[in-house]
Design a protein around this ligand. Structure first.
Ligand code: CA
Length: 232
């Protein structure tokens, strides 16, 4: 059964939600402030987050924004009564859905079921995904990369970087985007790490097989594009 995180500082509401969700058969975790809420939200065992907007430490909006830098976990936001600005901001920062307090528990349960089933479909799709671009194959299930059936050994970070680049084929990715997605929002080192890993990937793929997949976009970032190396 799915594990749901409730981020809510009002104890009465948190306890009520916890009991109702447990009654439905979910595993439930509670965080009472925004900072804790963020920390727990990004854990892999959390399948869905019910996130209150008004929270101590970090607001629900800020929690949502930070979580979205590193995770696609479904988020249902609980907003104050009819505050349109809050709703719009919540959805803008990447919440999947919102509910206005006070709400009927049945409605929240229904929305949780919808969000979880949507997530499950996405999980199946992405886990079975095998990307093939110009002879380069990346298999997310098996964690394997090959060029024309020749296996390429990559470290975990190299794999994640390549995965992100290939997923966004033909789209320029900024260093900032790459850093947030592959190294995570909490990474404190500088962006040179990306250039180092790009160099590793190029030596293992582009240079080794005489292809040109990884393009530098000067002053911006990198681009994955299928293009044959010109004969010299
Ligand atoms: Ca609150």
């Amino acid at each position: 059964m799915a594990t749901i995180l409730i981020v809510e500082d009002e104890e009465k509401i948190a306890r009520f939600l916890q009991l109702e969700l447990k009654h439905e058969g979910y595993d439930v975790v509670v965080a009472n402030d925004g900072r804790k809420g963020y920390e727990v939200s990004v854990k892999p065992e959390i399948d869905l987050v019910v996130l209150d907007l008004m929270l101590p430490q970090l607001s629900g909006i800020e929690v949502c924004r930070r979580v979205r830098q590193v995770s696609d976990v479904p988020i249902i936001m609980l907003t104050a009564k009819d505050d349109v600005t809050d709703k719009v901001m919540g959805l803008d920062t990447g919440a999947d859905d919102y509910m206005t307090k006070p709400f009927a528990i049945e409605e929240l349960l229904a929305r949780i079921r919808v969000a979880l089933s949507r997530k499950n479909k996405q999980d199946v799709k992405s886990s079975s995904e095998q990307m093939k671009i110009g002879g380069l194959v990346l298999d997310k299930c098996k964690y394997e990369v090959a060029f024309n059936n020749d296996a390429i050994v990559l470290t975990k970070k190299e794999f994640e970087l390549l995965d992100y680049l290939m997923t966004n084929q033909d789209i320029v990715l900024t260093r900032e985007q790459i850093l947030n997605k592959v190294w995570g929002y909490d990474y404190l080192g500088d962006t040179n790490i990306i250039d180092v890993y790009i160099r590793y990937l190029r030596s293992k793929i582009d240079q080794k097989y005489q292809v040109h997949f990884i393009h530098t976009v000067r002053g911006v970032g990198y681009l994955f594009k299928h293009e044959k190396e010109k004969d010299i």
